[in-house]
Write a protein that binds this ligand. Sequence first.
Ligand code: XMP
Length: 318
Amino acid sequence: MERITTPALAQKFINEQVAEMQAQIGNKKVLLALSGGVDSSVVAALLIKAVGKQLVCVHVNHGLLRKGEPEQVIKVFRDEMQANLVYVDATDRFLDKLAGVAEPEQKRKIIGGEFIRVFEEEARKLDGIEFLAQGTIYPDIIESDGAVKAHHNVGGLPEDLKFELVEPIKLLYKDEVRVVGKELGLPDGMVFRQPFPGPGLGVRCTGAITRDRLAAVRESDAILREEFAKNGLEGKVWQYFTIVPDIKSTGVKDGKRSWDWPVIIRAVNTRDAMTATVENVPFELMQHITARIVAEVPGVNRVLYDFTPKPTGTIEWE
Ligand code: XMP
């Protein structure tokens, strides 16, 4: 297959997929778990073009999304593309289940399992759905040797909820998905988004998640992203984010002793995420970001930079 590298090739792909999906789906209904990531967003935009309101998108907010993400999904898909969008704020459900759980794999299991349950409940409320759309892409198929990766699908749904799959981008690589997304008119912030793990900010709030420390992760991440965007590092650095570990140290603020968390900044470059190098962020910019984080994020008194390549450090901290 010819690699999709130009708007013209993307348009050709879009036309072909729209026709194919219309033939497959007819006048039936399709369900899609829409995370707001590039893959599911492109699938949603393709399906809206093909079958309009026969598509039902479900956006589950597990409370571990980055600042502004659920709002962007609602704005782009419900307000601008007039999609049939069900928004589920399941924050309390997830955070209650995660309370006191410190072990990383256990946290991932809870987040993944609860996600399926919330999605299942929404699916059961809807009548006459026969198809399930998924943002599976080609590397998902190769990497998982046939079985689709856990975060990319809602595999694990109970037997009585079996749908026929619609997977329009399953032969595309990520760079091709982005060209198609751009041609579909999705915003750059969505199309060129850095990778974001399924368990979200949950693995960046290390150990047992608390709402106040999670808020510190979300706010510091928003400041980092804003400053990287302003200073030309967005789209240049492969992945960047903050971590707030479950430790405290002494500090001083407004003449008073404080006992607060550190924020750790991670900014790495890689081709395939198997190995990674650390971005050489200008020192002045780091000082500016540090000043903003300690001034604007409650409960934080220090900012650290993680200088560790992978190996020996993984990209995430959990
Ligand atoms: P590590 O930390 O293993 O991360 O060096 C490599 C890449 O994978 C992402 N990552 C995940 N993505 N679910 C995901 O969907 C996960 O549980 C998960 N853990 C790590 C990480 O963000 C990086 O891009």
